[in-house]
Design a protein around this ligand. Structure first.
Ligand code: PHE
Length: 347
C-alpha cells in the first residue's frame, strides 16, 4: 500500500530534525552551528523545501505536516540557542581567567620600600620604652642657646661648650648639638615623676669622614622620681641593650664628664664581635664604648624648677646612628644620609 504523502513528509522532517540536532550538538564552534542553522532553517534550507510539497496535501494532512515542521524548527532553534549560551559562557570563563588581576598586589615593577635602618632601631626602642611607662617627646632642631646649653648647666663661658662644635644661627639660635635640650623641655612641660625619651636629629660642625657626620641621630632618655640611683640607670640600660642586641650583654661604667650629670659615666659593653677576648673592632680591649649617661645634676633640676632635695633622676644619650652601624655592620657613617638606593635596599 502506498504510504500517505503526509507520513512521508513527517518522516523526512523527523529525520532532518534529528540530523540537525546531532550536528548542532557536535559542532565545535558557533560558526559550525550557524552553518547548520542556514542549511536547516534558512530560506533555501532543507525544511523550507517541504513547504513546496504541502500543495499536494489535504487540509488535514497539511495542518499535521505544518505542525510537525514548526515543532522541528522550534526544537532546532532552541538547540542552537543552548549551544550559543554554552559557547558564550566558555568564552567568558576563558576571558575572566586570562584577565584575572589581584588588585591587592603592589603595582608591577615597584619595590614596596622599607624603613631606614635608623628609623627601624628608633621605632623598636620607642616601643620598648613605651612599654616601660616612658613618654616619647619631640623637640625642635633649631634650639635656643638656653635649652641646648645654659639649662643643662653649661653657662656661656663654660669650656664644655667647646666639646660640641656648634652651628650658630642668627638671633642666638643654633642647630641643637644633642637631644639633651628635650630633657629641659620635658621638665618644663611635665611635673615629676617623669619618664621620657626623645629621639631626634642633631648637628655638629664637624669635618666629615667615615666615622664623623655633621648630622646624625640620638635618643635621649630621662627618668625623674624619688630616690633614683645608678642601680635604676643600670637596670634600664641593660633592658635596653638586651632588647636592641637580642641577647644578654655585659656592661661596665667608667667615669665620664658631662656638665648636666653628676656622677657622669660612659657605659661600655663587652664587644659583641669577639665576646670580650679582644679584636680590631674593640681595639683589643674587649669593650666598646656605647652610651654616655649619669644622674641628673642638681643644677639642671633646679634650673627647670624641680627641687633636687625631693627628686632625683638619671639621663642617657644613645647614639642611634652609631647603634645602627654596629647592628648592621655599616662601616661608613656617610652611607646613612646618602640616599643611595643600593645601600637602602638592603634593609
Ligand atoms: N648629650 C650628651 C652628648 O650628646 C650625651 C649625654 C646625654 C650624656 C645624657 C649624659 C646624659 O654628648
Amino acid at each position: 500500500m502506498e504510504r500517505r504523502v503526509s507520513t512521508v513528509i513527517s518522516d523526512n522532517i523527523s529525520r532532518l530534525r534529528t540530523e540537525a540536532l546531532e550536528r548542532i550538538a557536535a559542532a565545535p564552534s558557533m560558526e559550525a552551528v550557524d552553518a547548520v542553522r542556514v542549511e536547516a532553517l534558512g530560506r533555501k534550507g532543507a525544511l523550507a523545501q517541504f513547504s513546496k510539497d504541502f500543495g499536494k496535501l489535504t487540509p488535514e494532512e497539511r495542518a499535521e505536516a505544518g505542525k510537525a515542521l514548526n515543532a522541528a524548527k522550534q526544537e532546532i532553534e532552541e538547540a542552537i540557542e543552548r549551544r550559543r549560551l554554552g559557547f558564550e559562557s566558555v568564552a567568558l570563563a576563558a576571558r575572566l581567567e586570562a584577565e584575572w588581576v589581584d588588585l591587592t598586589l603592589p603595582a608591577p615593577g615597584t619595590r614596596p620600600g622599607s624603613l631606614h635602618p635608623v628609623t627601624q632601631i628608633q621605632q623598636e626602642i620607642e616601643d620598648l620604652f613605651l612599654s616601660l611607662g616612658f613618654t616619647v617627646l619631640d623637640g625642635p632642631e633649631v634650639e635656643t642657646e638656653y635649652h641646648n646649653f645654659d639649662a643643662l648647666n653649661i653657662p656661656p663661658d663654660h669650656p664644655a661648650r667647646d666639646m660640641q662644635d656648634t652651628f650658630w644661627l642668627d638671633g642666638g639660635l643654633l642647630l641643637r648639638t644633642h637631644t639633651s635640650p628635650v630633657q629641659v623641655r620635658g621638665m618644663e612641660q611635665f611635673r615629676p615623676p617623669l619618664r621620657m625619651i626623645a629621639p631626634g636629629r642633631v648637628f655638629r660642625n664637624e669635618e666629615v669622614d667615615a666615622s664623623h657626620e655633621h648630622t646624625f641621630y640620638q635618643l635621649e632618655g630621662m627618668m625623674i622620681d624619688r630616690d633614683v640611683s645608678v642601680a635604676h640607670l643600670l637596670y634600664f640600660m641593660k633592658i635596653l641593650l638586651t632588647s636592641v642586641f637580642r641577647r644578654e650583654v655585659t656592661v661596665r661604667l667608667r667615669p665620664g664628664y658631662f656638665p648636666f650629670v653628676e656622677p657622669g659615666f660612659e657605659l661600655d659593653i663587652h664587644c659583641l664581635i669577639c665576646g670580650g677576648a679582644g679584636c680590631p673592632v674593640c681595639k683589643q680591649s674587649g669593650w666598646v664604648e656605647l652610651l654616655p649617661c649619669g644622674l641628673v645634676h642638681p643644677n639642671v633640676l633646679r634650673l627647670s624648677g624641680i627641687d633636687p632635695e625631693q627628686w632625683g633622676g638619671f639621663a642617657f644619650g644613645l647614639g642611634l646612628t652609631r647603634l645602627a652601624m654596629m647592628r648592621y655592620g655599616i662601616d661608613d657613617i656617610r652611607l646613612l644620609q646618602s640616599g643611595d638606593l643600593r645601600f637602602l635596599k638592603q634593609f
